[in-house]
Design a protein around this ligand. Structure first.
Ligand code: NI
Length: 167
């Protein structure tokens, strides 16, 4: 297994649109193991392949406190979105920034698991938010793009300054 470098906003590669996974293979499973390890080490509760510069529709999520409830989503599609909820989000690609985003509070998603089997999942609360956040990544969208242009400009300036200070 290997830890993979995570692309940081505002890197243009975060805006690439991920392609569907045509066949779930041993290579897909190896990538999923590396993505999970990278997510847990960060630490984070979700990671999309886009964030490690692989532009395929793969997401890993574990919102449990015990880090033993990994859910793999290959080619995820949101089937139903209901209600709205505001919650504070962060992102491994936008370090140190936490902002309130409005999303659906109940969702139904369909995806394939690491064996290639199709499943459906209904979710609410943190898991629903996380699934929507990660699927956005596959569409080339970062959570800060749900905020006002003024806020986005401030966030970009702050991250550029942070990066200069750590170089
Ligand atoms: Ni993210």
């Amino acid at each position: 297994m290997a830890l993979l470098p995570i692309i940081k906003y505002p890197d243009p590669r975060l805006h690439k649109v991920a392609k569907p996974v045509a066949a779930v293979t041993e290579n897909t499973r190896k990538l999923i193991r590396d993505m999970s390890e990278t997510m847990y080490a960060a630490p984070g509760i979700g990671l999309a392949a886009t964030q490690i510069d692989v532009h395929e529709q793969i997401v890993v999520i574990d919102v449990s406190e015990t880090h033993d409830d990994l859910i793999v989503f290959i080619n995820p599609v949101l089937l139903e979105l209901e209600g709205t909820e505001e919650s504070e989000e962060g992102c491994l690609s936008v370090p140190g920034i936490y902002e309130t985003v409005t999303r659906a509070n109940r969702i139904k998603v369909q995806a394939q698991n690491e064996s290639g089997e199709i499943f459906q999942l209904e979710a609410d609360g943190l898991l629903a938010v996380c699934i929507q956040h990660e699927i956005d990544h596959l569409h080339g969208k970062v959570f800060v793009e749900h905020l006002s242009h003024l806020k986005q400009t401030r966030i970009r300036a702050k991250l550029k300054k942070q990066r200069r200070e750590t170089l």
